[in-house]
Ligand binder design. Structure first.
Ligand SMILES: Nc1nc2c(ncn2[C@@H]2O[C@H](COP(=O)(O)OP(=O)(O)OP(=O)(O)O)[C@@H](O)[C@H]2O)c(=O)[nH]1
Ligand SMILES: [Mg+2]
Length: 311
């Protein structure tokens, strides 16, 4: 692990790939590796990109990578693809969209598919992002389809989150506002070349006005045509403004520490569940049977499990 850490920190691509596999597989020494590299990961800026399937997230990510590369920055992309076990197509599609970047040694792209029984896709994504930050990525782009808990966890791991919308989503903006308005720092209204962009922007603005808290950050709506590289400058400018806001204003700093706390709790939850499942699988089954048989209630069962975990 020591040797691998040293090589990752030197910026070796192959070492980074190996370290990504190690943390993804929870292989021997992965925790030690993560602890070792952590101090060297804090300079990287993480941007979350979320939105419905087909909204143009990957196209947008590819366009953003192009801009960061033009500015000489080293970039990593971590794409979570919960649908791939069924379709297998999205990652393939991403390969096409990202093709121009696959041969660039300063760009590291990694796609993660749904995890098995342990869940923990978000955890894998965050750990992989951490490795790539240590490798020297100055910007990490985390792409997720914004649906489940896992995806929300990833979105909150990012310092700034972009929610990608498309024209014609007018009605659904209302429906999804509870979840998505909360986690958006910037809205990218992509496919602005299609009809209905004005209507979607107006609906969104209205929803934002209703939910907007005084003094808090108000997310901008940036129109983009990712396929034509349009609006990317403006999008990146908004992302930068949000980054600065988090560092320089009192409310921003408070939002930032809330986020750190939330991420710590997410991590704790993963640790507890993983340990319960891996180290106390039998006890867990015994307790579940007892609850099923009516011998034990779930409250006492959880307390016993927790006590065992803490031993
Ligand atoms: N007209 C138009 N089409 C776009 C634009 N951006 C992306 N597309 C197209 O939309 C389709 C989906 O794009 P992707 O980038 O794969 O979308 P995604 O959100 O990453 O999709 P998933 O990862 O499968 O959820 C592709 O055919 C793109 O070419 C745009 O600005 N305008
Ligand atoms: Mg995609």
């Amino acid at each position: 692990v020591q040797d691998l850490v040293a090589r990752v920190l030197k910026g070796e691509v192959r070492a980074a790939a190996r370290a990504c596999r190690l943390v993804d597989d929870r292989g021997p020494g992965f925790r030690a590796l993560l602890k070792e590299i952590y101090p060297n990961t804090r300079a990287a800026f993480w941007i979350g990109i979320t939105g419905s399937p087909g909204a143009g997230k990957s196209t947008l990510v590819a366009a953003m990578v192009k801009h960061f590369r033009a500015a000489g920055k080293r970039v990593a992309v971590v794409a979570i693809d919960p649908s791939s076990p069924f379709s297998g197509g999205a990652i393939l599609g991403d390969r096409v969209r990202m093709q121009q970047h696959f041969e660039d040694p300063e760009v590291f792209i990694r796609s993660l598919a749904t995890r098995g029984a342990l869940g923990g896709l978000s955890r894998s994504a965050v750990d992989v992002a951490r490795v790539l930050s240590a490798w020297g990525a100055e910007v990490v782009l985390l792409e997720t389809v914004g649906v489940g808990q896992d995806e929300f966890d990833v979105v909150f791991a990012a310092e700034t989150s972009v929610v990608v919308l498309t024209p014609g989503m007018g009605d659904s903006v209302q429906a999804m506002k509870a979840g998505i308005l909360e986690c958006a720092d910037v809205f990218a209204l992509n496919k602005a070349d299609l009809a209905g962009a004005d209507r979607t922007a107006a609906d969104l603005e209205q929803a934002l006005a209703l939910g907007g808290a005084l003094n808090a950050w108000v997310p901008a709506i940036v129109r983009c045509v990712a396929t034509q590289n349009q609006g990317i400058d403006a999008l990146l400018a908004q992302i930068e403004q949000h980054r600065i806001w988090q560092l320089s204003s009192a409310v921003g700093r408070q939002a930032r520490s809330e986020r750190v706390k939330r991420n710590l709790l997410t991590h704790l939850r993963h640790e507890v569940v993983e340990r319960a499942l891996l180290q106390h699988a039998e006890f867990l089954s015994v307790l579940a049977s007892a609850v099923e048989a009516g011998i034990l209630d779930p409250y006492n069962a959880s307390e016993r499990l927790l006590a065992t975990l803490l031993e």
